[in-house]
Design a protein around this ligand. Structure first.
Ligand SMILES: O=P(O)(O)OC[C@H]1O[C@H](OP(=O)(O)OP(=O)(O)O)[C@H](O)[C@@H]1O
Ligand code: HPA
Ligand SMILES: [Mg+2]
Length: 179
């Protein structure tokens, strides 16, 4: 698995330090508001688990599974909901937890959906952002790291369902997906 990585971009230690910072900011923003924190599966599962441990105020969790990449390094453009939320978002302060914003299609779709379901507020925290690849105008409220325009894996992010369990973020060797 490690042999398929061209370069480690962000180490496990750097990721954990950044998540502590994000957790402090979010704890201040959501004091007394009991936010509904939504994990966008599968990619955000590790970030979600680490992030909520760094948030010190009461909150509730829910999970939604959404997919548009499949076994490709480019978005199919079709955002498929594989599992919907269990909770109602009506009147709630919602925090969407994403691993990465790339084209922006997944998030723009989700934000519209949650607004149409009458969430009180919808904010986004993403660990990684790849602004060079955006096809829709969209920015997270909280961002961990800005990445260069390369397909990355690890810390929850996959290529064809592999590499999610790497503890760091690395650039995948192009021969892995072009062969
Ligand atoms: O900004 P975008 O171009 O929409 O890309 C970002 C989304 O793509 C990935 O999900 P994917 O569809 O690969 O599903 P997964 O989380 O199950 O891997 C990633 O986890 C984000 O949710
Ligand atoms: O660079 C990426 N890696 C893995 N999954 C992704 N989904 C959007 N961009 C990426
Ligand atoms: Mg994926």
């Amino acid at each position: 698995m490690q042999n398929d990585i061209q370069e480690i971009l962000i180490t496990e230690e750097e990721i954990h330090a950044k998540i502590k910072e994000l957790g402090s900011k979010l704890s201040a923003e959501y004091e007394g508001r009991n936010p509904l924190v939504i994990c966008v599966l599968k990619g955000a599962f590790i970030f979600m688990a680490d992030l909520v441990k760094s948030i010190t105020v009461p909150l509730e969790l829910d999970f939604m599974a959404v997919s548009s990449y499949g076994a490709s390094t480019k978005s199919s453009g079709v955002v498929k909901i594989i599992k919907d939320l269990d909770a109602s978002v009506e009147g709630r302060d919602v925090l969407i937890v994403e691993d990465i914003i790339d084209s922006g299609l997944t998030l723009s779709h989700l934000i519209e959906l949650l607004k149409s379901r009458k969430a009180n507020t919808v904010r986004v925290v993403t660990l990684f952002d790849k602004p060079a690849r955006r096809t829709v105008d969209l920015q997270a409220d909280y961002t961990g790291f800005v990445l260069p325009d390369a397909f990355v894996v690890g810390y929850g992010l996959d290529y064809a369902e592999h590499y999610r369990n790497l503890p760091y973020i690395g650039i995948l060797k192009p021969e892995i997906y072009s062969s």
